[in-house]
Design a protein around this ligand. Structure first.
Ligand SMILES: N[C@@H](CCC(=O)N[C@@H](CS)C(=O)NCC(=O)O)C(=O)O
Length: 205
């Protein structure tokens, strides 16, 4: 299998972490959305990463669909996401909030970095940054209330999403996480990053 995209993208990284955690081998293909647009468009008509190209050539686009496939094939005991009920809903809720933080960080970063400086709409940046800060505060409160993991007694998809979101904000919007603004979330990220799947996918620039 080939995972298309760089681990700078939180959507690529969370896909890579899930695959690695489940012991599913893949080869990374580190295409950049800024520099390799034509090649990415041939793989995903929307021109986004990640995509996962399976051994028979079938291509799965979007991290949600990649993770859904990985869980279906590689997590028969439903360790990362319970099959049903309140446990599943709780993990999906935390994951959705973390995904929202990733999306807001990407939106803020594109506004600040991809537009000509005189066309940056600071009111929009302030709005998405405030939404992101609220999402991070919510994850931090849940991490504080949880034990070693953000929900339940073992690492789940919720921890993967929360840690990846926090790490990405640290890269894309360091001003949002300065002064240890979210200490419980930072500690969760640190615990996660001690695991090989996280350590091996850290973005080194
Ligand atoms: N919902 C998508 C979001 C993917 C996404 O937005 N990826 C960004 C990189 S972080 C991208 O490809 N941006 C290029 C673009 O949207 O033009 C997923 O979960 O995979």
């Amino acid at each position: 299998m080939i995972l298309v995209g760089r681990n700078l993208s939180p959507f690529v990284r969370r896909s890579a972490i899930v695959l690695k955690t489940l012991g599913m081998d893949f080869e990374p293909k580190g295409l950049s959305t800024a520099d390799d647009t034509d090649e990415i468009m041939k793989i995903n008509p929307v021109g986004r990463v990640p995509s996962l190209i399976l051994e028979d050539g079938e291509t799965i686009v979007d991290s949600q669909a990649i993770i859904d496939h990985a869980l279906e094939v590689g997590d028969p005991d439903n360790r990362l996401l319970a099959a049903s009920g309140a446990e599943r809903r709780a993990v999906l809720r935390i994951s959705a909030i973390a995904q929202g933080a990733m999306e807001k960080a990407v939106a803020s970063s594109y506004e600040r970095n991809r537009r000509p400086k005189d066309k940056v709409y600071t009111g929009w940046v302030e709005q998405v940054d405030a939404q992101n800060a609220s999402a991070l505060a919510s994850l931090d409160a849940m991490a504080r209330a949880g034990g070693e993991w953000i929900h339940g007694g073992h690492m789940t998809l919720a921890d993967i999403n929360a840690a990846v979101a926090y790490d990405f904000v640290g890269i894309a919007e360091p001003y949002l996480v300065k002064d240890d603004a979210y200490p419980a979330l930072a500690a969760l990220s640190q615990r996660c990053n001690a695991l090989p799947a996280f350590a091996e996918t850290q973005w080194k620039g």
